[in-house]
Write a protein that binds this ligand. Sequence first.
Ligand SMILES: [Zn+2]
Length: 321
Amino acid sequence: MICITCMRPVDSLYTVYSNDHIQLTDCPFCQEIVDKYVEIDNVLLFIDLLLLKSGAYRHLVFNSLELHLSKYPKGKELNGCQSLHDYTLALIFNVRNWFCKFDRLNRLWLLLLSFEIYLTWVTEESKFIYYSNRSNNDGKFIMLSKNLPETFKWDSTIMRSTITSKVFTWNPPMQYLYFASYCILDVILFHTLIRYFILERLHWGRDFVYSKDIISYTILLSYGAKIFPILMLIWPYDTLISMSIIKWVANFYVIESLKIVTKLSYWNIIKIFIIVSVFRYCLVKPILIFFVAEFDFSIIKNLIQQEFMLLLQKSGTYLLL
Ligand SMILES: [Zn+2]
């Protein structure tokens, strides 16, 4: 457990007296209340999370998480098992324990992912319609389009031979399956790489027992900002520009929450974020192209070439979309 103001370890968050009176502990280092969120209800906590209050994040990812995880036993060592029977029993115990331990968090991930899949589907569809019908002079952020080489100028036929256009010829359940694989792969990569860079490269969290879970929970909480556009589907603001602004806001939430929790410098976190984004961009779509093209290398080559041309054209005329 830590003090949410100075982040130094403390023994307890509050003391319970015999008449059920609770007194919050004061921090011996900074003299502030160790964790005032113990008494604050979930609605206010949620609002403080949206406002990126450091105390709210630290209360949830350090104190609340540790309290929850400490109720469950540690996983059994698989290396020490003598027979296959012992190994299977230990494995079943570990899997069951994991599901009980992370039940609440897994449900939250499932909810966020289902929103994300739907939103990606909607955005990709509107992008596809927009780019397919776009002419060279459309758009508000046209850059030097008269002096650009031909490959950078907008050609709407390119959009009709990309992976997205192929996917939109499929039936809706198959389209859903494609976008579900896209989002799941993207989240797994993002989550694993951020955790790897912060824990293994920057060596953060050596003093915390649950450092892996702390980073995972922080990503989960900040990832919530990604589902803001769901409100824009209820009210008619679902233009591509507002969608991309929200995407940047969500990225800002991830960077700021990682900064609050780890106290690493902004430069380090932004550097990790850029590296991870490049990895995601270069890996997720190419992996899916392999499956969509059914491992036919001439189709794979053609699709990757079209994606690259599309990227050149987007960077030539539009910066935001
Ligand atoms: Zn303190």
